[in-house]
Design a protein. Structure first.
Ligand code: OAD
Length: 240
């Protein structure tokens, strides 16, 4: 595996991941052939208006995806990123657009789930938060155990602001390396992080099956599956 770069423990490194990093765990991506947005309409599932108009349909989609998670486990790509965190400690940050929780299952702690988490939900009235395995999922719209109003999946819907953006922007402008893995670079604001990090002085590295839309901001690009490429690249990056 060829890479021009070696990482030191003192390097500040952040990683942005997308659905591609979980593809080898058996989870569908969104925009690839046979991806989730090929069989579902985004505007009927993943927008605030969709939840207001037809919460049953939105819940049905996310319940299915939640149940699929029980068969999925972290893959070698996730574990390589856990190893990178172990090496860099506080100099490492992992920002993910994924809601599957697999980075946490792999052991990453310095993790920002900017689009939420499929294993969680919250009440639209009182704001109480619950793990999905602690609530009754049988009703088509699950109800809040505390105030009996409707719950909604803890997923950032289109039209809403992703979580922890302020923290993310602070991380992006103070980096030696920024790695972008398994994301098509088509959903903003995440698609803009590469440009921000590069403008802030970071060297940028991409790992993706297809060329992403924001390829022009990537200094070194590796095309292929992250579950195969990341463990091999990690060996090189950490070589003395
Ligand atoms: P996409 O489905 O848009 O892109 C997935 C990317 O992963 C594509 O560029 C693929 O080429 C690549 N890919 C597929 N398999 C791979 C593999 N094994 N290794 C490496 N790369 C692989 O997914 P995202 O970019 O994550 O938002 O989508 C961003 C957001 O759009 C999601 O978080 C979701 C969606 O709508 C919300 O739901 C809010």
């Amino acid at each position: 595996m060829q890479t021009a770069f070696r990482f030191k423990r003192s390097d500040k490194i952040a990683v942005l991941t997308g659905a591609g990093v979980s593809a080898e765990s058996g989870l569908k991506t969104f925009r690839d052939h046979d991806g989730l947005w090929e069989s579902h309409k985004v505007e009927e599932i993943a927008t605030l208006e969709a939840f207001q108009k037809n919460p049953e349909k939105v819940w049905c989609f996310y319940k299915q995806r939640y149940y699929q998670l029980s068969d999925a486990s972290a893959n070698p790509g996730h574990f390589a990123l856990k190893e990178l965190e172990d090496y860099l400690q506080d100099n490492f940050n992992l920002i993910t657009q994924n809601v599957d929780g697999l980075h946490a299952r792999a052991g990453n702690k310095r993790l920002i789930e900017m689009h939420g988490n499929l294993n969680k939900c919250f009440c639209i009235k009182c704001g109480a938060e619950f793990a999905l395995d602690k609530i009754d999922l049988d009703p088509s719209i699950p109800k809040c155990p505390e105030c009996n109003d409707y719950l909604r999946p803890d997923i950032v819907l289109f039209g809403e602001i992703p979580y922890k953006l302020e923290t993310i922007f602070k991380i992006l402008v103070n980096l030696d390396f920024f790695l972008v893995i398994g994301t098509s670079g088509s959903v903003y604001p995440a698609a803009q992080f590469l440009q921000i990090a590069k403008t802030g002085g970071a060297t940028t590295i991409g790992v993706n099956l297809e060329k992403p839309n924001n390829l022009r901001f990537i200094d070194e690009f590796h095309q292929g599956q992250s579950g195969i490429l990341l463990p091999a690249l990690l060996k090189e990056w950490l070589k003395k």
